[in-house]
Write a protein that binds this ligand. Structure first.
Ligand SMILES: Nc1ncnc2c1ncn2[C@@H]1O[C@H](COP(=O)(O)OP(=O)(O)OP(=O)(O)O)[C@@H](O)[C@H]1O
Length: 254
């Protein structure tokens, strides 16, 4: 029950934020639409089957399932890194399978932020330079990041909003940061340039309960102000109260 209060705070602040933003149905546009998806790895008997999944603007989804249930595979399908053998994954109204590999890479760079389980920061770059990376690959993300000032201002603002406000922390090489700090850098990198979607793979698995609560609160708050949808996968069923939407994967099926 240690985290009862933070959960309540999160849910209350989110409900208030949605209420104050007064998003109408038409503003809640489709971010991800999955229909009759079927995917198998060529070298294993494992199969993912999803009949129907719809993620809209500003929604926060938890996809939960035990180890080996297909969570990481599903994230790759949602982000157009893998393509299903049958069915369809549409992202912002665009079927990933109708794009060339290069077009998929650009569509992803423009509109998706990833938070990986091991964060995948470039170890010898500073926290700040890691956050700036997505803008190197996407002029669209760069332009969005510069909407209220310089790119550097926005990277610094995001890091500060995620609890890394000092110049010392922002200029330190990623390798010299703690796990919790690296994870917040990874979140800032995913959020820069206001992508429509953040896909997060077990981002809280290395954190204790207090740090996990603080991290989710910061992530949700920043994502909400940018109207970014979040799909987070985890084996941890205790995360369920933080999310309005959740889906359970059992052996790849739901
Ligand atoms: N590149 C691959 N080639 C063949 N099979 C794979 C590949 N990647 C994953 N699999 C298989 O797909 C199944 C689902 O794996 P996946 O990593 O998606 O599950 P997960 O729920 O994310 O697991 P975990 O929580 O342990 O990370 C497993 O049986 C795994 O062995």
């Amino acid at each position: 029950m240690m985290h009862e209060k933070p959960v309540q705070n999160l849910l209350t602040s989110r409900a208030e934020a949605i209420h104050s933003a007064q998003l109408s149905d038409s503003q809640l546009k489709s971010v991800l639409a999955v229909k009759n998806l079927s995917f198998s790895w060529p070298t294993s008997s494992f199969r993912i089957g999803i009949t129907d999944l719809n993620v809209k603007t500003d929604e926060h989804w938890l996809l939960e399932g035990p180890s080996g249930s297909g969570k990481s595979t599903l994230l790759q399908l949602l982000g157009g890194v893998l393509l299903p053998q049958r069915g369809e994954v549409s992202f912002l109204g665009q079927n990933w399978a109708a794009l060339s590999a290069a077009q998929r890479d650009q569509h992803r760079a423009d509109h998706v932020g990833f938070i990986f389980q091991q964060f995948n920061l470039i170890p010898y770059l500073s926290a700040l330079d890691n956050v700036l990376l997505p803008c190197r690959f996407s002029p669209m993300r760069r332009q969005a990041a510069e909407s209220n000032g310089t790119l550097m201002d926005e990277a610094r603002r995001l890091l500060a909003a995620l609890g890394l406000g000092t110049q010392d922390l922002q200029s330190r090489r990623a390798v010299s940061l703690s796990v919790g700090q690296q994870q917040r850098v990874a979140a800032a990198r995913a959020l820069i340039g206001k992508p429509s979607l953040v896909l997060a793979d077990e981002p809280t698995s290395a954190l204790d309960v207090d740090n996990r609560d603080a991290f989710l609160e910061l992530l949700f708050s920043e994502a909400h102000s940018a109207k970014t949808a979040i799909v987070l996968v985890s084996h941890d069923t205790s995360l369920r109260p933080y999310f309005e939407q959740h889906l359970s994967l059992e052996g790849g099926l739901c």
